[in-house]
Ligand binder design. Structure first.
Ligand SMILES: [Mg+2]
Ligand SMILES: [Zn+2]
Length: 191
């Protein structure tokens, strides 16, 4: 049997509303799912993808919110996802850039942690993010990258970046469509 396919997702600006430059989601009341995000997560789950959220949350190291608050946000986010028929795992980097950790995107530590002990064909794995560091992280690990315009970045600005994503999408729903389209193409090739 083939290994289960993995999809990596950034959190802020992809699943929930981007809190703003240098701002953070500090408690559940500030966490707002983006339109159709839950639907997209359900669709990917139903299609057999393992969804792994890879998110920088330096607000922890900066003391802006506590690990307990983050745990609470995560617990309730996963609860909502489940209620809507989706499933996902969540991995955070709590560090600041100057801490020199291995997990803060664009470093790839969290991707490796999330896929530990699994054979993952990164070449055919997608990472959906809303920022340039997401695109850079995806490139470093050798994923396909999809940049969404639902968060930090205006897609027309991204066209000027040195590092270009493989695909652009308005939001996670459209990104999930891109992923599934390629999955179906692959299936046709296999037959
Ligand atoms: Mg983001
Ligand atoms: Zn880290």
């Amino acid at each position: 049997m083939k290994n289960k396919k993995v999809v990596f997702l950034d959190r802020d600006g992809v699943i929930n509303r981007y809190p703003g430059e240098k701002k953070f989601v500090t408690r559940w009341e500030e966490f707002h799912f983006l339109p159709n995000a839950l639907k997209a997560i359900r669709r990917l789950t139903e299609e057999g993808y393992e969804i792994k959220v890879i998110s920088n949350q330096s607000g922890i190291a900066k003391g802006i919110y506590s690990q307990e608050s983050l745990n609470e946000i995560t617990r309730r986010m996963i609860e909502e996802v489940k209620r809507e028929g989706g499933r996902m795992e969540v991995y955070y980097c709590p560090h600041r850039e100057e801490d020199g950790c291995d997990c803060r995107k664009p470093k790839i530590g969290l991707f490796l942690k999330a896929t530990q002990g699994k054979e993952v064909d990164f070449k055919s794995t997608y990472f959906v993010g809303d920022g340039s560091i997401d695109v850079e992280a995806g490139k470093r690990i050798g994923c396909k990258t999809i940049l969404v315009g639902s968060g930090r970045t205006k897609l027309e600005d991204a066209k000027k970046w040195d590092i270009q994503p493989d695909y652009f999408a308005q939001d996670l729903w459209e990104a999930s469509g891109i992923i599934l389209k390629h999955k179906n193409n692959e299936r046709q090739r296999d037959n």
